[in-house]
Design a protein around this ligand. Sequence first.
Ligand code: UD1
Ligand code: CA
Length: 454
Amino acid sequence: MSASPTLFVVLAAGKGTRMKSSLPKVLHKIAGRTMLAHVLSAAQELGGGIAVVVGPEMETVAGEAIQAVPAAQVFLQPSPRGTADAVLAARTAIDQHGGDVIVLFADTPLIRPETVARLQKSLDAGADIAVLGFRPKDPAGYGRLLLDANGALLAIREERDASDTERRIGLCNSGVMAFRIPNLSSLLARIGNSNAKGEYYLTDAVALARSEGHRATVVECDEEEVLGVNARDQLALAEAIWQRRARLAFMQNGVTMIAPETVWLSFDTRIAQDVLIEPNVVFGTGVSIEEGAKILAFCHIEGASIGRGARVGPFARFRPGAKLGPDVHIGNFVEVKNTTLGPGAKANHLSYLGDGSVGAKANIGAGTIFCNYDGFNKEKTEIGEGAFIGSNTSLVAPLKIGAGAYIGSGSVITKDVSPGALALERSPQDERPGWADKFRILMSRRKASQKSNS
Ligand code: UD1
Ligand code: CA
């Protein structure tokens, strides 16, 4: 049994100088979501309270925390004096809460709720402190976990303070720690800073708690899950790991990906069963794809929903507000933005459909453009069911094309068209019989006379 809901203390006060960025480190994104929001979402899945510790001049970080979890409490650590000091910045929340506390780092975005739940379980099983450990290929830089002969955790030694023997230990501290200790904050306040960095180390809580009769244990996880992002190469690595996991999860749920390593997903992408995704497709945020749809190669999709059985691409672009009903066909080099397409509507080639609606079964010919913007305002184009828009048509919004109407190719349509009507806007065609033949004879004679004169 869990004593009470857990309080998650998420540390985000580090400056992240190695990112070389004007943006605070934890606001850099993985799969379209900030690292901070990834960690908060993992915590939120487990339920309980959330406290976020930020540094000075990090209003944007605080704002992101509140946006991700409106109930989160945000605390300021006035200067970065170490991880124990950072946790103590949230002292009022810890004291008020009184139950289990789990510390998470905001720059460790791949942590899974299931793994954190394993720490909670080991508290339930009798541990007072449970530390998430891992065995990295290269342990350099990490704190080492010192165990006794029975596998109980004795202490955590930061690398700078470790002896040569201790540095040979492969089991490392991920930074994730769970506590079930009454008066945790008073324990943390007793941690000193006589170490190589002169910092207050949260990791010292282990030896201190043991000396006061508490039990500490280690739960192990994969290195990938606790990858810390300190620089841009690690950001890219974390992105790659996230993507690989997400693709696998979709395939396990019945999505076909011909070349999964070329498909890029967002944290909130939803794809139903029996969807086929060809190579090189990018899903921005806010996308949902319904059952049986086919996404052909090289599509870029953002803020869009694609209906059951629809077929889109290759080379189609969907921007926010694109809503495709069932069985819609969108072909190559078509851009759709803030436009709804009814069931079975088609736009198969080279078009821009912006700020409009297209009725069921309407057919949009090649090269049709919704002229939605005059430099000041965006206007709507509404096309009725079953209408037929001839190729190379400009539809100048605001505009309504009635159901079943027919628009002649090459027209620039500026006035509403009533249902069932034909509208076309073209100058009459002028034909001159025999003109081409005469023209050729005239031209070849002229060339011949120029040659004989030279
Ligand atoms: C820490 C651990 C180390 C572990 C490693 C895993 C300590 C003392 N060491 O080392 O055992 O192997 O993580 O990646 O905990 N932070 C603050 N305020 C501070 C200091 C840090 O909020 O004053 C935050 C940082 O933003 C970051 C986290 O705490 O999210 C970890 O701090 P960092 O300085 O990166 O610790 P490491 O040296 O990597
Ligand atoms: Ca770190």
